[in-house]
Design a protein around this ligand. Structure first.
Ligand code: ATP
Ligand code: MG
Length: 566
């Protein structure tokens, strides 16, 4: 796998779009475009699924077609209603609409059964009594052909009888399977009499106890596509070798031919995108749930505060190709920042407070200053921020003995407080252990609003809050979930969870400006100089918001692009 850190092309390439455009030109499928997004309800959706959703719904939208939502619910042991509900909520939140076309593979069980009977009747399927292990042994390898099952030449009558009795529940799990009769010496292992149905005495979340035989993905998927008249069945590269089998079922049954097209799945640095691994993180409490804001799930990103438009934009930018690649997390964050820059209101908050006393400002008095809500959007207006004798600034914005490159506040130095005044540090107050507890400054009333009438300049502008007016709020700062760029690269005997980043979550009690008292769950803000933050939808209480940092303001992606150009 190569790491794709090159600057993004202006128009991301998408080879599937070209195929569809060509098909329309040739009036293939009478010019119709019908796609589908086919999740298995065995986990929450992640950013990789978002790529598939944007692609499938995007193709339909672009070519005046439709896109179905179809649950691939053929394995009751791993599937749950909770996942069905979350998947629908996530697709909707991403901005896509399947209208009335919500389908379930389980709705087709009866028809899939009839198709199987048809294949038995034409001598193309048989009931096999080999065990799972035996079937594997008989299958052969990449270099050796397989061996035919001793049950391969059962008569049609016997097969029909056994298959019907499988359905009726006469046999225990694993006793028999239905297999397609294709070619045990095929160079493609998928064509060596693949299993179509297995016995599973297990209730299904939709069909209850009606069935005890369940179709395999490779059988259910092409038929479901065909039943819905899907024109382009878009899936990830691992199904490329299954395509001959996909085509085989549709040819044998002589039903609507859907074209399967494979594309490279999305991988992102510093995270994993496998439902099995994400499930492990949740079930073993490495994270707080599927919607933990560090998770690469859609639910996690929503809770973190990523705007859906930013995710769609990201999916557009990465393009669609056939080569496996690793996309830098910095590109996703760039898209998030780009979107929030236009929409998020600016406010001031101090994450690690240091008290500042303005010695020449009268005690008990306060002042209200005008602050701009969003410099990118004049319609967002202004708000009042209170200024008083005691303020907080960021600990990092003061140094008693500043090195050369440090331009912020230091003894004897003057800086600007955003929207307020110039202040000058006069002295430092320490406790008995020598720790700085507060600093004493004077302010220049003539600089109200932030500029000096005599034209004198300062080298830094700091954010701040008024101590008496500020609100305490929990702020959660996130780092990448994994410490390693490719967490899946592990040595033998090691678990991917060993690559988790122990510093992925830091909690602070911050001082935030009073206007945030009424901040609504889900609302996004820019805390000036600190990043974009979102009011947590689950842990915030009325009047007591909890904030998640969505992204910092640092544009790592620009840095990566610059080094790539050098
Ligand atoms: P599994 O099949 O192992 O449970 P899956 O991630 O393939 O996991 P599905 O529910 O089958 O999950 O996925 C639904 C659709 O999303 C499929 O068409 C699949 O190809 C696509 N998809 C899944 N992961 C990615 C990814 N990382 N990038 C792009 N598309 C993906
Ligand atoms: Mg899958």
């Amino acid at each position: 796998m190569d790491t794709n850190k090159s600057p993004e092309p202006t128009q991301a390439s998408n080879f599937i779009r070209n195929i569809v455009a060509e098909d329309i030109k040739n009036n293939k499928n009478s010019g119709k475009v019908i796609t589908r997004f086919p999740p298995e309800p065995n986990g929450y959706l992640h950013i990789g699924h978002a790529k598939s959703i944007c692609l499938n719904f995007g193709l339909a939208a672009e070519f005046n077609g439709i896109c179905n939502l179809r649950f691939d619910d053929t394995n009751p042991s791993k599937e749950e209603q909770e996942y069905v509900d979350s998947i629908m909520a996530d697709v909707r939140w991403l901005g896509f609409d399947w209208q009335e076309r919500l389908y379930f593979a389980s709705d087709y069980f009866e028809r899939l059964y009839d198709f199987a009977v048809q294949l038995i009747n034409s001598g193309k399927a048989y009931v096999c009594d080999l065990s799972g292990d035996e079937i594997r042994q008989y299958r052969g390898t990449l270099t050796e052909p397989g061996k035919e099952s001793p049950y391969r030449n059962r008569t049609v009558e016997e097969n029909l009888d056994l298959f019907e009795r499988m359905r009726k529940g006469e046999f225990p799990d694993g006793a028999r399977v239905l297999r397609a009769k294709i070619d045990m010496s095929s160079g493609n292992i998928n064509m060596r009499d693949p299993v179509m149905y297995r016995i599973k005495h297990e209730d299904h979340q939709r069909t209850g106890s009606k069935w005890c035989i369940y179709p395999m993905y490779d059988y259910a998927h092409p038929l479901s596509d065909s039943i819905e008249g899907i024109t382009h069945s878009v899936c990830t590269m691992e199904y490329e070798d299954h395509r001959p089998l996909y085509d085989w079922f549709l040819e044998q049954l002589d039903i609507c031919r859907t074209q399967q097209i494979e594309f490279a799945r999305l991988n992102i640095t510093y995270t994993v995108l496998s439902k099995r691994k994400l499930l492990k993180l949740v079930s073993e409490n490495f994270v707080s749930g599927w919607d933990d804001p560090r998770m690469p799930t859609i639910a996690g990103m929503r809770r973190r505060g990523y705007p859906p438009a930013a995710i769609r934009n990201f999916c557009d930018r990465i393009g669609v190709g056939k080569r496996d690649s690793m996309v830098d997390m910095a590109l996703l964050e760039f898209c998030v920042r780009e979107d929030l820059n236009k929409t998020a209101l600016r406010v001031m908050s101090v994450l690690k407070p240091l008290k500042v006393v303005i010695t020449n400002y009268p005690e008990g008095q306060y002042d209200e200053l005008d602050a701009v809500n969003n410099p990118e959007d004049s319609s967002a207006g202004t708000r009042k921020v209170p200024f008083s004798r005691e303020l907080y600034i960021e600990q990092d914005d003061f140094m008693e003995e500043p090195p050369k490159q440090f331009f912020r506040l230091a003894p004897g130095r003057e800086v600007r407080l955003r929207y307020a005044y110039f202040i000058k540090c006069e002295s430092v107050v320490k406790d008995s252990a020598g720790n700085i507890v507060e600093i004493h400054c004077t302010y220049d009333p003539a600089t109200r609003g932030g500029d000096a009438p005599d034209g004198r300049k300062v080298k830094a502008t700091l954010h701040w809050v008024s101590a008496a007016h500020a609100l305490d709020a929990e702020v959660r700062l996130y780092d990448t979930l994994f410490a390693k760029e490719a967490p899946d690269d592990i040595e033998e005997g090691m678990e991917f969870t060993e690559n988790l980043n122990p510093k992925s979550l830091e909690k602070n009690i911050a001082k935030v400006e009073p206007s945030l008292k009424s901040a609504q769950p889900g609302a996004q803000y820019q805390f000036e100089r600190l990043g974009y933050f979102c009011v947590d939808s689950f842990d915030s209480k009325t009047g007591h918001p909890v904030f998640n940092r969505i992204v910092t303001l640092k544009d790592e992606w620009a840095k990566i692009q610059k080094t790539a150009k050098k």
